[in-house]
Design a binder for this molecule. Structure first.
Ligand code: ADP
Ligand code: MG
Length: 355
């Protein structure tokens, strides 16, 4: 495996310069060898363009892409030691599974015996031994995606690139394939760069998530970092559900912040540097807010939805509407619309970011 490094990478498509927005702007990124990194963000934020620059399908306007120590800007895609798996599978429709998978090695003029050995290994890893003779049209979407993955793996690339590879599969199969891709990537120790707009896919597969917005990187971190310590409102809002309360810093202790908010004074654990008087946003996840019965700050349930594992509430406190999620104990009746309850915001539940 090789590391993938992007240094000040920018992409301006011809004609799009007037809009003053580059498809990708000044992206800096280090993906360690063997790591699974995911580019995550809404449609149009520049994920595919970034991936295509790594692959070599797209020229880099300014900046450098490195594989390990070597700059690959001027190296054509087929010489870059990486392969790409597409959302649309992109199998050759007139070739059976065996020939689809062997194709790249034949082009490389590898010996027949060698090809057979490598292809058989991949067929076994991908559970495709019974499908060798099938044509793509005779297979389900999931099976076709397996073949596409096998065709990429057989090349034994140092870097594997994925552009929303599971988007065309049904929900259940997507879950199975997530685990499959992750298992194979770890087993073979390949560096993976994965593109998705699906946050749960990113959370469940990645060592490192790169959140993008409008061509720029918003935050890089582990799934835990991104979810528990979002650095911007955009990240907090895009990944999971977030409640926001505006306020300012009243006082700073060694590891605590005293905050003034429309809900009164609130204490939060301090992460990062703040100054007295600074305007801040409090971020609270729905599952970390606690519903109590102590009638201190009386709130009204305005929505109550049974979701099986959880009960999801909308609860109004003063002028604020909060999303609150409680795991559903078996047999216990949840709160109903109109119920009066009390909300508690434990200090470890509050993440504070600059407003
Ligand atoms: P994503 O994969 O995150 O949905 P893309 O990388 O495909 O986003 O696109 C990023 C931006 O670049 C979008 O505004 C898109 O319209 C623009 N773009 C992508 N490809 C081209 C192209 N070939 N020519 C001009 N603009 C493009
Ligand atoms: Mg895309």
């Amino acid at each position: 495996a090789k590391s993938v490094i992007l240094r000040n990478v920018t992409k301006a498509f011809p004609g799009s310069i007037q809009k003053q927005v580059n498809a990708v702007s000044d992206v800096n990124l280090v993906i360690e060898a063997g790591q699974f990194a995911t580019l995550l963000g809404p449609s149009g934020c520049g994920k595919t363009t970034t991936l295509r620059m790594i692959a070599g399908f797209e020229d880099i306007t300014t900046g450098d892409v490195l594989f390990g120590d070597s700059r690959v800007n001027d190296i054509p895609p087929n010489k870059r030691d990486c392969t790409m798996v597409f959302q649309s599978y992109a199998l050759f429709p007139h070739l059976n599974v065996l020939d689809n998978i062997s194709y790249g090695l034949k082009i490389k003029k590898m010996s027949k015996a060698n090809i057979e050995k490598k292809v058989n290994k991949v067929l076994t890893v991908m559970n495709l031994n019974d499908y060798k003779e099938r044509m793509p049209a005779q297979m389900s979407g999931g099976q076709q995606q397996r073949v596409a993955l096998a065709r990429a793996l057989v090349m034994e690339p140092s870097v594997l690139l994925f552009d929303e590879p599971l988007s065309n599969l049904d929900a259940k199969l997507r879950l199975v394939m997530r685990d499959e891709i992750r298992r194979i990537q770890k087993e073979l120790g390949i560096t993976a760069v994965y593109v998705t707009h699906d946050q749960s896919e990113a959370m469940s597969m990645s060592d490192q998530i790169i959140v993008m917005n409008k061509g720029r990187i918003e935050q890089i971190g582990s799934p835990q970092d991104i979810y528990q310590r979002p650095q911007t409102k955009f990240v907090a809002d895009f990944i999971g559900t977030a409640n926001f309360v505006e306020g300012h810093v009243l006082d700073i202790q060694a590891d605590r912040l005293q905050l003034h908010t429309p809900l009164g004074e609130i204490t939060a654990i301090k992460h990062g540097e703040f100054t007295k008087g600074q305007r801040v946003t409090l971020v609270m996840r729905p599952e970390s807010i606690v519903i109590t019965q102590d009638k201190r700050n009386v709130a009204r349930v305005t929505k109550s939805v049974f979701m099986g594992q959880t009960q999801e509430y909308e609860i109004e406190l003063d002028d604020h509407s909060f999303q609150v999620t409680i795991s559903n104990p078996m047999g216990l009746r949840g709160h109903q619309v109109g119920d009066l309850v009390s909300l508690d915001f434990p200090e470890q539940a509050i993440h504070v970011i600059p407003a």
